[in-house]
Design a protein around this ligand. Structure first.
Ligand SMILES: *Cc1c(COP(=O)(O)O)cnc(C)c1O
Length: 382
């Protein structure tokens, strides 16, 4: 550690105050004045679906992600399903998905009618990498879903050649990676197509559900728009099977306002992550998260690894500290994927991590005093 990011003495009054896992109220407070007029105007004009705010947000977020097209949709799971459907990855075609992810990464595959083939993850990053993909991919694999979990990108540049050799495309699950980059390129621009989520707790969150598909491929973009609009480009002409998934005006207003602050908020998370790294540097029994070379992390989640995790989690909760788990059950062991017949022992790295991972409070407005409190309690418990 070169320059310390720790600055202040701990104010006495914060020594026992609860620390939430995430504080969305503080974020809302920053944007409330700015969005109020536009939201009331939208309500007055009754322009709820589509319109200028959605168009503007799509253009702004596409530019932010360095892609040509951003298609606003109903949520992140739809975004991934739409990306798969636009690529014709349906009808039982095989998609490689890491078992260490939120279940939506795999749900989207089943919803598209494709089949899931699971993969273990790299022990340091807990993401897919070249080695894990090489081990799991088959000649049947049509796509690899590179999940940018916790806020750093999977090494897509290393996965692409392996996928290419097997005739598979790479899709990014960029739900947790808004503002993250790899060798300077934004998450969502590293492969042909990506899906992202604006669930309120994501780094770029709406005031409800929302999501987007990102791509620089004109044909894929047009296909996504058509499928997300009942398979139609012209009213009542339905050239293919689709469904309804759209981003509404009020969400677009909120997202534009938050997008303007995303870099500053992510930078605040980076400072907080460095503080945790520093505070935990010499704590035995706590493994801090690793950032891959070339990556700029957005610290959606700061997850450490500890033994006796459940006891420590309960101890933190008893002290009012909102620690959380991402994720307690690897996807292959969930009831939803029982039909694949997989068992404990099939993906040992992810299974071991799932028993050890402990996500500490992380949000842009987290203070140094709050972090010192979290680490003090954690130290006593390990
Ligand atoms: C949140 C999330 C999704 C799904 O997004 P929704 O908007 O909740 O549907 C998909 N993948 C990952 C990794 C997520 O964190």
């Amino acid at each position: 550690m070169t320059n310390s990011v720790l600055t202040s003495a701990v104010p006495v009054e914060t020594l026992t105050a609860p620390v939430p896992f995430i504080d969305l109220v503080a974020q809302q407070g920053e944007i409330l004045d700015e969005i109020s007029t536009a939201i009331v105007d939208t309500l007055r004009r009754a322009t709820f679906i589509g319109g200028k705010h959605v168009d503007a947000f799509e253009a702004e977020f596409a530019a932010y992600c360095a892609v040509t097209h951003c298609i606003g949709v109903g949520n992140g799971t739809d975004a991934l399903e739409l990306a798969l459907r636009a690529l014709d990855i349906v009808d039982g075609r095989e998609v490689l998905v890491p078992v260490n992810s939120f279940i939506a990464s795999a749900e989207a595959v089943l919803r598209a009618g494709a089949t899931v083939r699971f993969s273990d993850v790299d022990d340091d990053s807990l993401l897919l990498d070249r080695a894990t993909v090489e081990r799991a991919i088959t000649d049947e694999t049509a796509a690899v879903m590179a999940v940018h979990l916790y806020g750093q990108t999977a090494p897509v540049d290393q996965i692409l050649p392996v996928a290419g050799r097997h005739g598979a495309v790479v899709i990014e699950d960029a739900a947790q990676s808004q503002g993250a980059t790899r060798y300077g390129r934004p998450a969502g621009s590293l492969s042909r197509i990506a899906g992202t989520s604006f669930y309120p707790g994501k780094n770029l969150g709406a005031a409800g559900d929302g999501g987007a598909v990102l791509t620089s491929d004109d044909d894929l973009a047009a296909r996504v728009r058509r499928i997300a609009s009942h398979g139609s480009t012209e009213k009542y002409v339905h050239d293919e099977f689709g469904f309804n998934s759209r981003l509404d005006s009020i969400q677009a207003i909120v997202l534009r306002s938050k997008l303007a602050r995303l870099d500053a908020w992510n930078e605040a998370r980076r400072v907080a992550a460095r503080r945790y790294d520093e505070l935990l540097a010499d704590v035995d029994g706590v493994r801090t998260p690793v950032t891959l070379a070339g990556n700029v992390h957005n610290w959606h989640i700061y997850s450490v690894r500890v033994e006796n995790r459940d006891r420590i989690l309960a101890g933190l909760h008893a002290e009012g500290i909102g620690a959380a788990l991402h994720y307690p059950t690897p996807i292959h062991l969930t009831g939803a994927f029982r039909h694949l017949g997989l068992a404990r022992g099939d993906f040992p790295v992810a299974e071991r991590a799932a028993a050890q991972l402990l996500s500490l409070p992380m949000f842009p407005h987290l203070t140094e005093a709050q972090q010192i409190r979290v680490v003090d309690v954690l130290k006593r418990l390990v």
